[in-house]
Design a protein around this ligand. Structure first.
Ligand SMILES: *[C@@H]1O[C@H](CO)[C@@H](O)[C@H](O)[C@H]1NC(C)=O
Ligand SMILES: *[C@@H]1O[C@H](CO)[C@@H](O)[C@H](O)[C@H]1NC(C)=O
Length: 184
């Protein structure tokens, strides 16, 4: 396909390639009045988009905490193939204070990319979407399904995938993240 790999290390998986597709980023509704406080804490990565390279990391978690400047500290952890622990710290903030679910995130000074909370019940699941327009012709998109537990009910996974599909997002790139035999 197109060799445009917009690299965002949103999750630890070294550098995950977003999925480039033709067209502009679709309009996507996000959670209304996201309560950031309730969203903080630990999440397990259940599924995410993969494009070229199968990320070899497993046991991926994300931990969100509030910083003194009001931004959110994002601590991503994963276990590499050789068993070593990979940790990445990012900084997230609302792009518009009136829309707290439309976050943008940066890791180690990388350009900020959107990180939108499309759906969450705070206690069980979260659906996150990121899309960047590239030169007006292409878009690079990425999605994650997160859970408070290291498993998530298939019915919920299906519901979240269907929700993305209603925004004309192709959900075929979702792959399961290995959360077996993890020592978190
Ligand atoms: C957000 O959630 C916290 C923790 O549950 C709660 O104390 C607070 O009242 C909530 N804020 C709003 C605006 O609902
Ligand atoms: C959480 O995960 C554990 C281990 O996979 C599982 O036994 C348990 O039923 C899960 N709990 C919920 C509420 O899904």
């Amino acid at each position: 396909m197109i060799s445009v790999a917009v690299c965002v290390s949103l999750m630890v998986a070294a550098c995950s390639a977003q999925v480039p597709t033709f067209g502009k980023c679709p309009a996507v509704d996000v959670v209304q009045d996201l309560n950031v406080t309730r969203y903080l804490g630990q999440w397990y990565e259940i599924q995410k988009f993969f494009f070229f390279i199968e990320g070899s990391e497993k046991c991926i978690t994300a931990d969100y905490s509030l910083k003194s400047d009001g931004h959110i500290r994002v601590l991503n952890t994963g276990i590499a193939k050789d068993g070593s622990k990979d940790v990445a710290t990012g900084d997230a903030e609302a792009m518009d204070p009136n829309v707290p679910a439309k976050l943008s995130v940066t890791f180690n000074g990388s350009p900020r990319v959107p990180y939108w909370i499309v759906d969450t019940d705070y206690d069980t699941y979260s659906l996150v979407w990121s899309c960047t327009d590239i030169g007006g012709l292409l878009q690079a998109d990425f999605a994650w399904i997160l859970s408070r537990n290291n498993t998530l009910d298939n019915a919920i996974i299906e519901k979240l995938q269907n929700k993305l599909a209603t925004f004309n997002i192709n959900t075929k790139s979702f792959r399961q993240t290995d959360q077996s035999n993890c020592d978190y």
